[in-house]
Design a protein. Structure first.
Ligand code: BGC
Length: 235
């Protein structure tokens, strides 16, 4: 447990559209604290989210560095767009703000990119799709991704995007059966377009999948969004 570990500790944070999650990882990326989860504030402004994170962080004990998965475009620690949080994040320097709070170095990446780093095997073409409030996408070749792919905002059906058809709002509106049918179609398209050797489906709504997945498709646990945080410090 945390008290017995004397190496470098990484606080991994996953900022989600509905939950703010965190835990501390040892150097091998194994959790050494219990995962904490708080609801994302309804008004998901940087100020409101950071106020919750600040309190949550105090419950995680000591750490040396921080990794963050953010549900939007991130370049050099700065957020550029987060459609499911708040427009106030556009241009907000997340790394700087969290260093201000923690006094530690902070690395930030798109949440799907981080989740992917927690599940891929690093060989050939691998696609990661997260099914949550929004649709996160990350594509890897031999373990390297083009950051901020944002394929969830591409058109899918009748001028609606993947996120508009498969995101949480769409799931609630359409119901499980219709949503599953759509996802099955989407997987068929992704397979044809990307020719990956493996597709990983993560995010909170992956548990709603009720059809038999193709052999090259695997469900992954949502905790990967935190476990992948260790990889941000390997590059
Ligand atoms: C955002 C992505 C994010 C995804 C999952 C989308 O709306 O544009 O950046 O990865 O939601 O949180």
């Amino acid at each position: 447990m945390a008290e017995d570990f004397h190496g470098i500790r990484t606080l991994a944070i996953d900022i989600g559209g509905s939950g703010l999650k965190m835990l501390v990882l040892d150097e091998a990326g194994t959790p050494i604290t219990e995962r904490s989860r708080k609801p994302t504030p309804k008004q998901g402004t940087p100020e409101n989210v950071l106020a919750v994170l600040k309190k949550q962080i105090t419950g995680q004990g000591s750490f040396d560095r921080v990794s963050v998965g953010f549900p939007g475009v991130v370049v050099d620690g700065v957020a550029h767009k987060a459609v499911n949080l708040d427009p106030g994040w556009d241009g907000f320097d997340i790394a700087k703000a969290l260093t201000g709070i923690t006094g530690k170095p902070v690395r930030v990446a798109n949440d799907a990119d981080v989740q992917g780093l927690g599940v891929i095997d690093g060989k050939g073409v691998e696609l990661v799709i997260t099914l949550g409030t929004g649709i996160g996408t990350a594509l890897y070749v031999d373990g390297h991704s083009v950051p901020n792919l944002e394929f969830g905002h591409h058109p899918f059906s009748k001028d609606r995007t993947y996120e508009e058809c498969l995101g949480n709002t769409a799931l609630k509106k359409a119901g499980d059966a219709k949503w599953n049918k759509r996802l099955k179609n989407a997987i068929r398209i992704w397979d044809r377009v990307f020719n990956y050797h493996m597709l990983y489906l993560g995010g909170g709504n992956a548990r709603k999948i009720s059809f038999q997945l193709p052999a090259n498709t695997r469900k992954v646990p949502n905790i990967a969004g935190l476990l992948g945080g260790i990889a941000l410090w390997r590059v």
